[in-house]
Write a protein that binds this ligand. Structure first.
Ligand code: FAD
Ligand code: DHB
Length: 389
C-alpha cells in the first residue's frame, strides 16, 4: 500500500487531519487500533473553543454542530461562600460550544466515508521506519497479515499510549510531566442539566464539575483519590457526593437518574518535545496531556492539526518545507500556554490530600480575587475560550 500521509490513530486528531488533507487533495490512510464502535463509545471532551469550531467548519463537518450544539457565553466558579460568573461574551466577545467529542468523531467518520478514505480498524503491532529518509513506511498487522504502508510523511495521532512518540529515540526526546494525586470520576445521565452554564466547584471535600451534552443529557465529575475503583461507586453514592460539593441551591434542584456511563480518569500534565522527528509529526494527546480542568485536551489537538495540515499541504503540493520545519516550535508555543492554564485551574479548584491550611486559603483568595477583579476574570476568560491561532 502507498499513500502521501500515513495517519496512526483514528481519534479526533487523526480524523480531522485526514479530512482537511483530503479536501486539499492530499492522500491519507488511517490506521486505528480499535473498532469504530469503541472509538465512538468513549465519553470524553464536551467543550469546544471557537477556534476548534472554526476548524470543523473549514473541514466541512460542522452542519450538525451548527444545528445542535449549544453556545455558552459564560461559566461559574464556586466555593462554599462564593459564586463567580465568568462572562466570556462580555469579557472577550466570544463563547465556547457544548458539543461532545463523540459527536465530533461521529461527524468526522461520516465525512471521511463520503471522501472514501481508507481507514483500517483493529490494526496491531504498528512500527514506523525510515523517518530520516526521503520516504518512510509503516508496518502493521491487519486481518492476520503483516502489511506495509509506504508514505511521504507519518502523522502520530495515536494518543498518549500510542507508538508514535516512543519511535522518537529517547536521547532526542524531552519529556516534562506532572502527575496529580487524584482522578475525576465522571457520570453521564439522561437528566436535564442542573444549571444553564457549567459550574466548576471547589469544596472542602474536593472538586466537582457540573457539565452537559444537551438539554436532557448531563455530565458530572467529582475529584476522587487515585486508589478509588469505579465499581465501588454506586450511582447513589456519586449523586450524594456531587450534591455535597455544589452550591446548596444547585444541589436542591438537581435531577438525578441512572448512569449511562461512569469512569475514572487520572489527571496529568505532560509534554514531549520536539513534536517532529524527521518525517514523523506528533499531534494531540500523542505529544501532550493536560488535566481536564481547563477543557483543553481536544482543543489542543485541533490547534496542532491547524498548524500541521497547512504545513503538510505545502510540503506535498509545492515542496515548500518551511511549514513542516517550524511545526513543532509553533505548536509547542500554544501547547505550553494551555498547559499553564490547565495547571492553574487544577491548582485553584482541587484539594490535595494532606495539604496544609495555607493551600486552602490560596484557593479561596484566588476565587475572591476573581470575584472582585474584572482583569482577573478577563485573563481566565481569554484562556478558556481559547488563545488565538
Ligand atoms: P485520542 O482520542 O486518544 O485518539 C487516539 C487514537 O489512536 C485512539 O482511537 C486509539 O485507539 C488510537 N491508537 C492508540 N494507539 C494506537 C496504535 N498503536 N496504533 C493505532 N492506533 C492507535 N478535552 C477538551 O478539549 N475538552 C474537554 O472538555 C475534555 N474533557 C475530557 C474529559 C475526560 C474524562 C477525558 C479522559 C479527556 C477529556 N479531554 C477534554 C481530552 C480529550 O478527550 C483528548 O485530548 C482527545 O481525545 C485527544 O484526541 P487525540 O485524537 O489526540 O487522541
Ligand atoms: C467537560 C469536561 C471538562 O474537562 C471540562 O473542563 C468541561 C466539560 C465535559 O465533559 O463536559
Amino acid at each position: 500500500m502507498k499513500t502521501e500521509v500515513a495517519i496512526i490513530g483514528g481519534g479526533p486528531s487523526g480524523l480531522l487531519l485526514s479530512q482537511l488533507l483530503n479536501r486539499a487533495g492530499v492522500e491519507t490512510v488511517i490506521l486505528e487500533r480499535s473498532t469504530r464502535e469503541h472509538v465512538l463509545s468513549r465519553i470524553r471532551a464536551g467543550i469546544l473553543e471557537f477556534g476548534a469550531v472554526r476548524m470543523l467548519r473549514e473541514a466541512g463537518v460542522a452542519d450538525r454542530l451548527d444545528r445542535e450544539a449549544i453556545p455558552h457565553d459564560g461559566c461559574f466558579l464556586t466555593d462554599e461562600d462564593l459564586m463567580v460568573r465568568i462572562d466570556f461574551k462580555k469579557l472577550t466577545g466570544q463563547h465556547v460550544t457544548v458539543y461532545g467529542q463523540t459527536e465530533v468523531t461521529q461527524d468526522l467518520y461520516k465525512a471521511q466515508d463520503v471522501m472514501g478514505t481508507t481507514i483500517l480498524h483493529e490494526v496491531s503491532d504498528v512500527t514506523i521506519h525510515d523517518l530520516d529518509q526521503a520516504t518512510s513506511h509503516v508496518d502493521f498487522t491487519h486481518e492476520g497479515e503483516r502489511k506495509r504502508l509506504d508514505c511521504l510523511f507519518v502523522a502520530g495521532c495515536d494518543g498518549f499510549h500510542g507508538v508514535s512518540r516512543k519511535t522518537i529515540p529517547e536521547g532526542k526526546r524531552r519529556e516534562h510531566e506532572r502527575v496529580y494525586p487524584f482522578g475525576w470520576l465522571g457520570l453521564l445521565s439522561e437528566t436535564p442539566p442542573c444549571n444553564d452554564e457549567l459550574i466548576y466547584a471547589n469544596s472542602p471535600r474536593g472538586f466537582a464539575l457540573a457539565s452537559m451534552r444537551n438539554e436532557n443529557l448531563s455530565r458530572y465529575y467529582v475529584q476522587v483519590p487515585l486508589t478509588d475503583k469505579v465499581e465501588a461507586w454506586s450511582d447513589d453514592a456519586f449523586w450524594a457526593e456531587l450534591k455535597r460539593r455544589l452550591p446548596f441551591e444547585t444541589a436542591e434542584r438537581m435531577v438525578t437518574g441512572p448512569s449511562m456511563e461512569k469512569s475514572i480518569a487520572p489527571l496529568r500534565s505532560f509534554v514531549a518535545e520536539p513534536m517532529r522527528w524527521g518525517n514523523l509529526f506528533l499531534v494531540g494527546d500523542a505529544a501532550h496531556i493536560v488535566p481536564p480542568t481547563g477543557a483543553k485536551g481536544l482543543n489542543l489537538a485541533a490547534s496542532d492539526v491547524h498548524y500541521l495540515h497547512a504545513a503538510l499541504i505545502d510540503a506535498v503540493k509545492s515542496g515548500d518545507r518551511s511549514g513542516i520545519d517550524t511545526y513543532s516550535e509553533r505548536a509547542l508555543m500554544r501547547v505550553w500556554k494551555a498547559m499553564r492554564f490547565s495547571w492553574q485551574m487544577t491548582m485553584m479548584l482541587h484539594r490535595f490530600e494532606g495539604e496544609d491550611s495555607f493551600a486552602a486559603q490560596m484557593r479561596k483568595a484566588t476565587l475572591q480575587h476573581l470575584s472582585q477583579s474584572e482583569t482577573a476574570r478577563r485573563e481566565l476568560a481569554e484562556n478558556y475560550i481559547g488563545l488565538p491561532y
